[in-house]
Design a protein around this ligand. Structure first.
Ligand code: SME
Length: 157
């Protein structure tokens, strides 16, 4: 199945999550499950949420990670939170500023979730395959991030 077909298939599931009245944390957990269950090259999916100047591990699906708190600027997640721009890493072994949570991970995409121009958190997805993520994944995940921003804004208004 092509990436476009996978995304087309899971879009209604994602929409359903955001249409529900569940708590934000449950919504985020559901998003992780949908991504892991449907995208074969996703081996870890999770959120880091900014609280008191640090990124804190939120809902995730995959192996436990030692990186439960990450400073802004550190690792891929910290850089994305700093720059507020998506990063796609084709080969994590070539990165100096990278925090490894498993030697199996070969590539990664991290997408910012921005609310009112400020970082709310990041979506982090790891793959055991090199160069797993493309601009198609970026576009799809940035759309998911926008849904999350709207859900946060709605909750806070
Ligand atoms: N690799 C990330 C750290 C999080 S773990 O992958 C779950 C990073 O470099 O920021």
């Amino acid at each position: 199945m092509s990436k476009q077909d996978i995304f087309k298939q899971i879009k209604p599931e994602i929409k359903k999550v955001f249409g529900s009245s569940s708590r934000l944390v449950s919504k985020l957990r559901s998003i992780c499950s949908i991504l892991i269950d449907n995208i074969d090259y996703c081996d870890w999916a999770g959120f880091y949420i900014l609280e008191e100047g640090m990124l804190h591990l939120g809902p995730f699906v995959g192996n436990e990670t030692e990186h439960s708190v990450i400073e802004i600027g550190r690792g891929i997640c910290g850089q994305v939170a700093d720059r507020k721009e998506t990063l796609i890493i084709d080969d994590v072994t070539k990165e100096d500023n990278y925090l490894s949570c498993s030697i199996k991970v070969k590539s990664e995409i991290v997408v910012p979730v921005i609310v009112d121009g400020k970082i709310f958190g990041v979506i982090d997805i790891d793959s055991h395959q090199k160069s797993a993520f493309s601009l198609e994944d970026k576009a799809f995940l940035e759309c998911v991030a926008k849904h999350i921003s709207s859900a946060v804004e709605y909750k806070e208004s």
